[in-house]
Design a protein around this ligand. Sequence first.
Ligand code: AMP
Length: 133
Amino acid sequence: MKEKTIFEKIIDREISSDIIYEDDRHIAFLDIFPFEKGHVLVVPKKAYETIFGMPEDEFLDLQKIVFKVVNKVHQKLGGGLNILQNNYKIAGQVVPHVHFHIIPRNEDKKLYYPSDAKYEEGEKEKILEKIKF
Ligand code: AMP
């Protein structure tokens, strides 16, 4: 059997994460190494490696959740925002399980990898509370 991705382990509650949204086919949680505070990943529960393997209707459903998360994050955290979606290592994909990055932009700095934003004590919990739905 194929080894589970880290996101499948999050979905199956084998490892913990800061979940902001979940339904039967999607989950969204805070990125553990945020580019900026409030960086969220939106993930389909079905483990496709890239969007190239996804049926169109499942991709469109995922995009609807991305849209909801984008609006929630923007409404609560303000500023600008990037949506990023990587496919294959050559394009920067590290976790081989489809995901969208929702990255609020409130600091005047460039995005680069590895990310370096750090939450102050208690700050992550406050952001989580704000953007959860
Ligand atoms: P990508 O480079 O597009 O594959 O991005 C994968 C993202 O997953 C990176 O931004 C990581 O910081 C994030 N990530 C990896 N492990 C975890 C985890 N356990 N919980 C939350 N985010 C994670």
